[in-house]
Design a protein around this ligand. Structure first.
Ligand SMILES: [Zn+2]
Ligand SMILES: [Zn+2]
Length: 265
């Protein structure tokens, strides 16, 4: 079985290591392939994404590493494309499409910018109604493949990121379930695979991967393709605990990668 992590960040965005350090760690771990997915540029929040110039340097650095480590590991140049960025999918080997913000009037409210910010956003923009916030999130998420042209659907239920310890969102509420099911049905029609993201486990935010068990079962039962990603922000968390969660995959990563090439023809 191919060993690959296709959701990887580096210092070009909010990761802790250089791409080369990530590549060396991947080689040491015996990985066959590493796919970099720097955060796409978003003009309204520049703290953790790549700048336009940084994106050019990112691509050049990955070209250099691909040549330097040819024969040792396969390196893919991807991007984690935010719903509100505007990159061309054909410029990359692949794109992960992710919703990190909700557009509330002129304001972009961060979903994963910290628990306090999220709760404040629910108060300021949704009259304290967390379910209304989730409905807005899934309306946006449902459109992510159409809007970005992405090859992979990123952290489908990111809206629950800080919900494990002290829940702010009732995920058993019929409104919540209706919202994600509608988005899931739309996205299933695209045939694009969903990542099962272990990043929040590696970073200590959560004990369970996203999407949730209920959502994974819903997707799997309808032919949804699920595969593991690390959302690694550090060299030592590449493929973090993949072996423990292998049974959640419904498609192997090699098939996922073959799909990228097909999407570009
Ligand atoms: Zn993300
Ligand atoms: Zn990410």
């Amino acid at each position: 079985m191919m060993k690959a992590d296709l959701h990887v960040h580096s210092r070009f965005c909010d990761g802790k290591n250089t791409p080369e350090e990530m590549v060396l760690s991947a080689i040491e771990k015996g990985m066959d392939c590493i796919g970099f997915t720097g955060h796409s540029y978003t003009p309204f929040e520049t703290e953790y994404c790549m700048s336009p110039e940084g994106t050019v340097r990112y691509r050049a650095e990955l070209d250099r590493l691909r040549e330097k480590y040819a024969g040792q590991i396969r390196i893919l140049t991807g991007i984690e494309e935010d719903y509100y960025s505007g990159d061309d999918p054909l410029d990359y080997d692949y794109m992960i499409g992710s919703v990190h913000y909700l557009k509330c009037g002129d304001h972009y409210m961060p979903v994963d910018g910290g628990r306090e910010l999220l709760i404040q956003g629910i108060r300021d923009y949704f009259h304290g109604d967390a379910l209304a916030m989730a409905e807005k999130f899934y309306e946006t998420a449902a459109d992510v493949v159409r809007k970005t042209g992405c090859d992979v659907i990123g952290h489908f239920d990111l809206v629950t990121i800080f919900n494990e310890e002290e829940p702010y969102l009732d995920t058993g509420d019929p409104r919540y379930r209706a919202a994600w099911m509608k988005a899931a049905d739309t996205l299933l029609q695209t045939g694009r695979p969903f990542e099962v993201n272990l990043g929040a486990i590696a970073r200590g935010y959560r004990k369970n991967p996203y999407p949730s068990c209920e959502i994974r079962e819903y997707l799997s039962a309808r032919g949804g393709k699920l595969f593991l990603t690390g959302d690694s922000h550090r060299a030592d968390t590449l493929m973090y605990r993949f072996e423990d969660y292998r049974s959640l995959e419904t498609v192997d990563v090699e098939t996922v990668i073959r799909g990228f090439a097909r999407n570009r023809h």
